[in-house]
Design a protein around this ligand. Structure first.
Ligand SMILES: O=c1ccn([C@@H]2O[C@H](COP(=O)(O)OP(=O)(O)O)[C@@H](O)[C@H]2O)c(=O)[nH]1
Ligand SMILES: O=C(O)[C@@H](COP(=O)(O)O)O[C@H]1O[C@H](CO)[C@@H](O)[C@H](O)[C@H]1O
Length: 324
């Protein structure tokens, strides 16, 4: 530890010891023995992932399907490429995001895709895997299933990994390091032990996932963590070392918009859980400047984004059921 004077809280220190594990800690045979009658679904949210989703589905299909995984669903999130066709050809079930609850006005966003992915699957356990991973291994899935199949007191498991960015071994996770981690440490220090709080690979028990709201956009991950801490307690959460993760990286401008959605969600939770009540609510419009046309007195294009982060209610609060 760099500064011996500073320490994480005893609660976080204890949690780190008890609720952190490695993907290789449990063999597939142990997991199969523990699985018994438990059904497992994998949900892959995919917007324009034709280049990567096929290999992910193929690996799960060939190595885990029928053994540890009973269902693979790709949620086609308004793709403009051949994501749906590639996923189906690789052996996944595919559903268009707006085809789930067609009577409900659809929302754009990753969280919407995940919420509808839970609704459109039947597994007792649901594993979420991003569709843009470059070097996916099925160890991500078996690693996340480990705590859930072997410890009934665990409700939700986040993956963590080294995240290379270009030649920087741990340069990835820019929004995590610059926005989510500092804010979580400031306002929810109980969550300081999560190595990758925004990790896109995670898993949970269906009854838990159907009991929490899903922020429709990129706020979904931070919203889950905060809601689960408040509603289930830190000890219901765990994390697993999945090694390293390479994925398609977005531009800084795109991550600025993502960061805005994440901060909107965090400030909403600060109010919701009475941790910080602001006299003036955060504004919801993000102004960014890009090369291009001139705007006013600056030789930049002014790009405005609405950061309003709608959320879907817990599925168990709705009478809706998705029929394939
Ligand atoms: O509206 C959206 C935005 C993202 N995604 C998917 O969610 C995952 C993570 O999104 P992204 O790669 O954009 O985030 P990053 O990993 O760069 O933070 C990917 O599989 C995307 O295809 C989605 O299904 N719908
Ligand atoms: O962790 C992060 O900072 C962002 C961006 O990662 P990179 O800087 O592109 O490696 O990626 C995550 O954040 C999103 C919002 O929570 C998740 O939806 C993504 O799955 C996750 O990759």
């Amino acid at each position: 530890m760099r500064n011996a004077r500073l320490q994480v809280s005893p609660e976080v220190g204890s949690w780190l010891d008890r609720r952190s594990s490695k993907a290789g800690d449990r063999t597939t045979a142990e997991l199969v023995a523990a699985k018994r009658g438990t059904r497992v679904s994998v949900v892959i949210p995919a917007r324009d992932e034709e280049a990567t989703v096929g290999a992910i589905v193929t690996a799960i299909r060939e190595e885990l399907y029928g053994v540890l995984v009973d269902e693979i669903l790709v949620v086609d999130s308004h793709s403009t490429d051949a994501t749906a066709e590639v996923a189906a050809a690789a052996g996944a079930d595919v559903v268009a995001q707006d085809a789930v609850f067609p009577g409900l006005a659809g929302l754009p966003g990753k969280g919407e895709a995940l919420w509808k992915g839970v609704a459109a699957t039947s597994g007792d356990l649901v594993v979420f895997v991003d569709g843009d991973l470059h070097d996916f291994t099925t160890g991500y899935v078996t690693g996340l299933l480990g705590p859930l199949l072997t410890d009934p007191s665990v409700a939700y498991v986040k993956g963590f990994y080294h995240r290379p960015l270009g030649t920087e071994a741990d340069g990835g996770g820019r929004v995590t390091e610059l926005v989510a981690r500092p804010l979580l440490n400031m306002f929810w220090p109980e969550l300081a032990g999560f190595v990758q709080p925004l990790a896109g690979e995670y898993a949970g028990r269906r009854e838990v996932l159907e009991s929490i709201p899903f922020v429709a956009n990129y706020g979904v991950e931070i919203g889950h963590l905060i809601d689960l801490l408040e509603l289930r307690g830190l000890d219901a959460l765990a994390q697993v070392d999945l090694g390293h993760r390479a994925h398609r990286h977005q531009s800084t401008q795109a991550l600025g918009r993502m960061a805005g959605q994440i901060m909107q969600t965090l400030f909403d939770r600060l109010q919701r859980y009475d941790r910080l009540v602001t006299a003036v609510p955060p504004a919801t419009t993000l102004a960014q400047f890009q090369r291009g046309a001139s705007a006013g007195g600056v030789e930049r294009e002014l790009v405005l984004t609405d950061l309003t982060s709608p959320e879907r209610p817990p599925l168990n609060s709705l009478a809706l059921r998705h029929t394939a």
